[in-house]
Design a binder for this molecule. Structure first.
Ligand code: ADP
Length: 700
């Protein structure tokens, strides 16, 4: 609206300026015309007065001559007439009629045919001639058709001669015809752009020359004083005074065209600027919506924000999002539309409530535009409400999920015709982006649901496994415990039998009994180790700061017999770490490692076992290194499993549970154990414990 108003105002200003200019010019032109007409009149009057005066004088001159010489000869007449006729434009001739018959005429050659004419035979001159003879006063007769052709006036001067008794007798009449066609410039005189019309009349109204009706149309008029008469000459521009000169008419037309041009160009420029502004705003909407889309996980929040951006950034009057539900488009988000949407009904189908942009967009899966709410018949169901809310145009943008229309984003603009092809392209893009976001939110929700169910199942399985593990450990514990009693009985009775009945048995019997006792002892050892392994996972891990140096003093005392019998040495680093650990577990772990180190030494090589520690990032590493027989790399994993031994009972007695206890204990404290070894090169076992130990439930 604004560009149109500005353009019209500008055009009107140009028209007004042009009008003012034209009026001023017209005023000047009018004045100049009056002067021109007046000038023309003055010229004509001067010429009339001068010529008629000259004609009169010529007439009077001849008359005077005839008065003193009544028998004037033709030659004398010609001589005088010639001198009187010199350079008298318009005077046709000078004729002398003795009585009423034309006797002499000058110049004779061109006027010979009037000689001998009797005025009394000329009906149009008879009255004038008679009157002049009767009154004795000279007069101008005419206008009349001249005998020689053309129209003119005739100056008539009578000549009277004295008679006896003092009376005067009419003797002759001098006639001087003046050709008005020659004297006057014509009934129309061109002056610049104007054609000036001229007319002459007598005081009694008789028209002497030109069109008499001219005097009824307020011409400029001048009186012409003539002998015995006063004439009036009038003149005015053809077409009247009001008529505009051509140049001004052209200027007026040009002004109108200019104003039209100014109006149209201004409108085009302002409209273009407005469109650029509108497009810029839409670009900002697009970019803000895209920013909003990134990382948005909530569909309702997305709709709310998209509406807010359209109104706040895009300058739309109102924005809402409706989702398709049971054949209707039901509002789920809006900005500025609460009042309007309160009891609005939009259906999807061929019904009046389904023909608006929203319903059509949902039905056709395509943008739908109404650029003139006030006049499009299909808007009837909502028109009055929309117009009173200031909506003049609206667009429905379909929203899709998985390629299927699920809702509509509807926008309202405050001016009709707002949605042009460029805007529609951008809005289509906005619709596609929102649809893309809907897909992405749906996928995220699916992934979240899957992850949740997976985590739930893992937690359930872990719980089941823990339970099963606990059950197994408890089973193992009770079985081991229950086996101890009959085993004690077996080895006890074997001992008694050996002691009391040794002599009653032969060597073979004694040997068998020894085997029974040894096997029972070995089984008791196995059960003891199994019990330790089972017990290790039962109690809760209690972590405190454990000085490893003090632990090793105790271990060295416990294993004193093994160390001394091996002939080796235990070297303990002076500055051993103080990790936060379960002291009972750590003591058992280190005992098992040191015990093995003194057990698996190379024959003839006294064992040297070194215990040291160091910090490595967030871990504390405790190493037990020996110079023993070493372990082939293929067994580095296997040795940590229960009952896995690389030696026969004869080579080195053991149960194969020691390292299994080591690994389980270290893992319970959140750490791990590694071995670095190769045959004949000794072995280094490393316990890696976190500085801040992980509790059994996995928290730190
Ligand atoms: P056990 O010592 O009772 O046999 P372990 O679980 O303590 O059971 O050890 C498993 C096996 O690992 C041993 O049988 C032995 O073959 C090997 N082993 C353990 N420690 C060492 C070591 N320091 N040097 C060489 N071999 C070792």
């Amino acid at each position: 609206m604004l560009p149109l108003a500005v353009a019209v105002a500008a055009a009107l200003i140009v028209v007004a300026l042009d009008g003012a200019y034209l009026l001023a010019e017209h005023g000047i032109a009018q004045e100049s015309r009056r002067l021109t007409v007046l000038n023309t009149l003055e010229n004509i009057r001067t010429r009339l007065e001068r010529t008629i005066g000259a004609a009169q004088m010529a007439g009077q001159g001849i008359a005077a001559l005839v008065g003193v010489k009544p028998d004037l000869s033709e030659a004398e007449f010609a001589t005088v007439a010639k001198s009187l006729m010199v350079e008298r434009t318009g005077i046709r001739n000078i004729g002398l009629a003795f009585g009423t018959v034309i006797t002499y005429v000058f110049p004779k050659e061109t006027n010979a045919k009037i000689l001998g004419v009797d005025y009394r035979d000329r009906p149009n001159q008879r009255d004038s001639v008679t009157r002049v003879i009767r009154t004795g006063a000279q007069e101008i007769d005419g206008p009349i058709p001249l005998l020689q052709g053309g129209t003119g006036v005739v100056i008539r001067v009578p000549v009277f001669v004295p008679e006896a008794g003092g009376a005067r007798r009419y003797r002759a009449m001098v006639n001087v015809p003046i050709d008005l066609g020659v004297l006057l410039p014509g009934t129309k005189v061109r002056h610049d752009d104007d054609l000036i019309e001229i007319a002459v009349r007598k005081t009694d109204g008789a028209v002497v020359f030109g069109n008499g009706s001219l005097f009824a149309a307020s011409p400029l008029a001048l009186d012409v004083d003539l002998p015995g008469a006063t004439w009036q000459i009038g003149a005015m521009p053809e077409g009247g005074w009001r008529q505009w000169p051509r140049t001004l008419q052209a200027a007026g037309l040009l002004g109108c065209l200019l104003s039209l041009l100014v109006g149209v160009s201004l409108y085009a420029i302002l409209r273009a600027q407005q469109r650029i502004g509108d497009l810029n705003r839409l670009y900002r909407v697009l970019s803000n919506i895209n920013r909003e889309i990134i990382g948005q996980q909530n569909q309702n929040a997305l709709f709310d924000n998209v509406c807010r951006i359209a109104v706040e950034v895009g300058g739309f009057r109102m924005a809402w999002v409706g989702l398709i539900n049971d054949g209707r488009v039901v509002p789920v988000a809006q900005v500025n539309g609460e009042e309007y949407l309160r009891d609005i009904s939009i259906v999807i189908g061929n019904a009046p409530a389904g023909h608006g942009p929203t319903g059509r967009a949902a039905r056709d899966d395509a943008l739908n535009i109404c650029n003139d709410i006030a006049n499009e018949p299909r808007m009837a169901p909502w028109r009055s409400k929309q117009l009173s809310a200031g909506y003049r145009a609206s667009i429905g943008i379909p929203l899709r999920q998985e390629g299927r229309v699920v809702g509509v984003f509807t926008l309202y603009a405050g001016e009709p015709g707002f949605f042009d092809p460029q805007e529609v392209i951008l809005l289509d893009e906005i619709g596609a982006d929102i649809s893309h976001a809907l897909d992405s939110i749906a996928r995220q929700a699916e992934v979240r649901a899957l992850t949740d169910s997976l985590e739930r199942r893992v937690a359930e399985r872990t719980l089941q496994l823990r339970q099963t593990n606990a059950d197994l450990e408890s089973f193992c514990h009770s079985v081991s415990h229950d086996l101890k009693a009959p085993l004690r009985a077996i080895s006890g009775f074997a001992e008694i039998l050996l002691r009391r009945n040794r002599n009653a048995l032969d060597d073979k019997g004694r040997h068998h009994l020894d085997n029974i006792r040894d096997a029972a002892e070995r089984m008791s050892l196995l059960i003891e180790d199994l019990l330790s392994y089972a017990r290790i996972g039962r109690g809760a891990v209690q972590t405190v700061a454990v000085p490893v140096g003090i632990l090793l003093e105790r271990i060295s005392a416990t294993l004193g017999e093994r160390i001394s019998s091996s002939g080796g040495v235990l070297e303990v680093d002076r500055a051993l770490a103080v990790p936060v650990a379960d002291p009972r577990l750590l003591e058992q772990i280190l005992t098992n490692l040191v015990d093995n180190a003194f057990k698996y030494y190379r024959p003839g090589v006294p064992p040297r076992v070194a215990v040291s520690s160091r910090e490595e990032g967030s871990d504390i590493v405790i190493s037990v290194a020996d110079n023993g027989i070493g372990i082939a790399s293929e067994f580095h994993e296997k040795i940590f499993d229960v009952f896995q031994r690389l030696h026969s009972e004869v080579d080195a007695p053991g149960t194969g549970i020691g390292l299994a206890i080591v690994r389980k204990g270290v893992q319970l404290m959140g750490g791990e154990v590694t071995v670095e070894s190769s045959p004949g090169q000794g072995s280094t076992f490393r316990i890696i414990l976190p500085k801040s130990p992980i509790k059994k439930d996995g928290s730190t």
